[in-house]
Design a protein around this ligand. Structure first.
Ligand SMILES: Nc1ncnc2c1ncn2[C@@H]1O[C@H](COP(=O)(O)OP(=O)(O)OP(=O)(O)O)[C@@H](O)[C@H]1O
Ligand SMILES: [Mg+2]
Length: 241
């Protein structure tokens, strides 16, 4: 049922200087709309080659940017080993994905409505959040059950887009398992830190896994250091090909 609502965010004046980070996520949002036009219920994984490159920050900011533009967004934390989306969102992790998958809780019990509003057309917009939940003993196995597919498809059916905060590709097998359930992946790369071979390896692993690579976000990019005048301080996005 879903379509992205990719209108412009309304919280900035045409004449005010754009916040570079906000602007970067607008660009990413637009690129996503161009990359996924044919997908009805998009499920997008945000990952990176290595830990600490900025997956969670990117996922949360992209979700907020989409919600600000009028989309209904579900953000799901599938970093079951080291979840942190809830902290960044000011939400809790008392119960979440692992509890749903282990049938200890219902989805309704676990969903947190981080930002929800109603547009002029009375269409509910905003962002709901499913945290990772209680730490699971065997995350890869838990993510391999058919229940996770049903959970994601259910969320995708009632929102415009599901964004998944995932672990790093080169660290654990979880992301490859998650990637098979998704419409595609965004690869976050930390500028000046992540070695190119690690990025290439992560890209190859995703491609071999038949996970469509939607684009790359260059995070922690400093345009002044790169000698650019107009660009994003937070990142740039683009297609891999
Ligand atoms: N664009 C940015 N500019 C400055 N600092 C950033 C930026 N993006 C992320 N950070 C910082 O880098 C650190 C790692 O970010 P984040 O938690 O988003 O990464 P991650 O890839 O999700 O990490 P993990 O692998 O542990 O899940 C955090 O301290 C965060 O505040
Ligand atoms: Mg993270």
């Amino acid at each position: 049922m879903a379509r992205f609502g990719f209108g412009s965010a309304t919280n900035s004046s045409a004449y005010s200087a754009p916040n570079p980070a906000t602007e970067a996520f607008r660009v990413l949002r637009s690129n996503l709309a161009v990359t996924l036009p044919e997908v009805d219920d998009p499920i997008v994984v945000v990952t990176s080659a290595l830990p600490r490159e900025g997956k969670t920050s990117t996922c949360v900011s992209l979700a907020q940017s989409l919600a600000a533009a009028g989309s209904r967004v579900a953000l799901v934390d599938l970093d079951l080993r080291d979840p942190s989306s809830h902290t960044m969102l000011g939400a809790h992790n008392n119960a979440g994905v692992s509890d749903v998958l282990l049938e200890r809780k219902s989805v309704e019990d676990c969903l947190q409505y981080v930002e929800f509003g109603v547009t002029a057309s009375a269409r509910p917009t905003g962002m709901c959040f499913l945290s990772a939940g209680h730490s699971a003993d065997t995350p890869t196995e838990l993510l391999s059950t058919p229940r996770i597919r049903r959970l994601l498809e259910r969320l995708a059916g009632v929102t415009d887009i599901v964004l998944i905060d995932a672990p790093p590709v080169l660290a654990v097998a979880d992301t490859l398992v998650i990637g098979r359930l998704a419409s595609g992946a965004i690869l976050v790369v930390e500028a000046r830190r992540t070695p190119v071979p690690a990025v290439k390896k992560a890209k190859d692993m995703l491609t071999r896994n038949q996970t469509r690579l939607l684009g790359v976000v260059l995070n922690k990019f400093k345009p002044t250091a790169a000698g650019q005048t107009y660009s994003s301080a937070a990142g740039m996005s683009g297609s891999w090909d």
